[in-house]
Design a protein around this ligand. Structure first.
Ligand code: GLU
Length: 441
């Protein structure tokens, strides 16, 4: 039955391979739910869940510093608003297409439900590549992008934030343009804003910090902590850097991270201050960090070859495959927490699960970012701003709640320790209840 539904989804959405992968991963885990509640299948709930409520595709023309004109494609997929307004980031990267945005929007719907906050799921972005562009070019692109997108947004409708290629700088340009067009100082329309103008403390750190809290919760179920563990992270953006920072605070040693050029290893630990300066302030390359910090750089290498107890894939989708997983297992990995969205391939997940490695799927493990976005929305709604400590304490509480929800749900369905099943089933149950209660939506 599930295969039949999946086949129909495949045919309805040709060529969208990441979307197919994300859907199959969820459907597969829902089998025990349908076995107990077959009536759900009669209500075409799966078909409705897999069909976004609305998909917007638009032209984004902009001119570069030499006056040449370029055209990119903009997307916003408003996936599901049963539990709250659409919420999810914008990704600016040349690999962006409709299938990628749909996979991200689909995952976001369940992730957001798991946070326990009133937010639905959505995602957007563009195939624009911010790499190598001047600030002025990025600004003109963002202004053009928002000139179409603004009409679909609103604090009670759809609230974007950042994702790959979209950080504080881009959110600033987007917010400025939204304000000019609408003549509204509507803080709650975007999250990830600067703290001076409605942003939340700890939003930048939130995904990485939350990921490490979740991973430590998983370790605790086996009587372990992060103390003294070697941590390998892929990526070197916000998620990766703040995951390493929190790991260090909890007594672990972050020893390697990567970018598209290769990876760095430092047995004594990565110098996070220098890394922040090179990657976040100067938007430089990891090879420059290695040169300046005297660390070993392996050009073109796969970071998963570095032996570690904890691995945190925090770059992008499908970056950790079967072979990488086998290498990690051979080197004694104990826990893998996904900081990125769907970074582990289905084959990779299988290898890790078969070796009984603790595995935290992204929709649970990286939910700290969007959860803190929801905290930003709360502050905006009450025109308040909380301290870093208070915000981080709320984040930690939410991550423990998500861990507990996934853990107990997996047990309830006779899959103890299976966080993939736990996250997918718990997320589904929440969204499904909202949808059913609100009639045929
Ligand atoms: N892009 C992030 C995610 O994948 C954050 C989204 C948000 O804060 O709305 O969850």
């Amino acid at each position: 039955m599930i295969e039949k539904i999946y086949d129909r989804i495949l045919h309805r959405n040709p060529g969208e391979k990441e979307f197919h992968q994300a859907v199959w991963e969820v459907l597969e885990s829902l089998e025990p739910v349908f076995a107990r509640r077959p009536e759900l299948l009669d209500e075409s709930l799966i078909e409705r869940l897999c069909e976004p409520e609305r998909q917007i595709i638009f032209r984004v023309p902009w001119s570069d510093d030499s006056g040449r004109t370029h055209v990119n494609r903009g997307f916003r997929v408003e996936f599901n608003s049963a539990l709250g307004p659409y919420k999810g980031g914008l990704r600016f990267h040349p690999s962006v297409n409709l299938g990628v945005i749909k996979f991200l929007g689909f995952e976001q719907t369940f992730k957001n439900a798991l946070t326990g906050m009133p937010i639905g799921g959505g995602k957007g972005g563009s195939d624009f590549d911010p790499k190598g562009k001047s600030d002025a070019e990025v600004m003109r692109f963002c202004q053009s992008f928002m000139t179409e997108l603004y009409r679909h947004l609103g604090e009670y409708t759809d609230i974007p934030a950042g994702d790959i290629g979209v950080g504080g700088r881009e959110i600033g340009y987007l917010f400025g343009q939204y304000r000019r067009i609408t003549n509204r100082w509507e803080a709650g329309v975007l999250t990830g804003k600067g703290v001076l103008w409605g942003g939340s403390q700890a939003r930048t750190e939130a995904t990485g910090y939350g990921l490490v809290v979740f991973t430590e919760e998983m370790l605790k179920t086996r009587g372990e902590t992060l103390e003294g563990k070697r941590v390998v992270v892929s990526g070197s953006g916000n998620v990766a850097i703040y995951a390493m920072e929190k790991a260090r605070q909890l007594g672990a040693v972050p020893i390697a991270c990567s970018d598209s050029g290769g990876y760095v290893v430092a047995e004594k630990g990565i110098d996070l201050e220098l890394l922040k300066q090179v990657k976040l302030d100067e938007r430089g390359r990891l090879s420059e960090y290695a040169e300046r910090g005297g660390a070993r750089f392996v050009p073109g290498g796969r970071v998963w070859e570095v032996p570690c107890e904890v691995a945190l894939p925090s770059a992008t989708q499908n970056e950790l495959d079967e072979k990488d997983a086998a290498t990690l297992v051979r080197n004694g990995v104990q826990a893998v927490g996904e900081g990125a969205n769907m970074p582990t391939t289905p084959g990779g997940v299988r290898v890790l699960r078969e070796a009984d490695v603790l595995f935290g799927p992204g929709k649970a493990a990286n939910a700290g970012g969007v959860a803190t976005s929801a905290l930003e929305m709360q502050q905006n709604a009450s025109r308040d701003s909380w301290s870093f400590e208070h915000t981080e304490a709320r984040l930690t509480e939410i991550m423990r709640h998500i861990h507990n929800l996934c853990h107990t749900t997996a047990e309830r369905y006779d899959r103890p320790g299976d966080y993939v099943a736990g996250a997918n089933i718990a997320g589904f149950e929440l969204v499904e209840q909202g949808m059913v209660a609100q009639g045929l939506i």
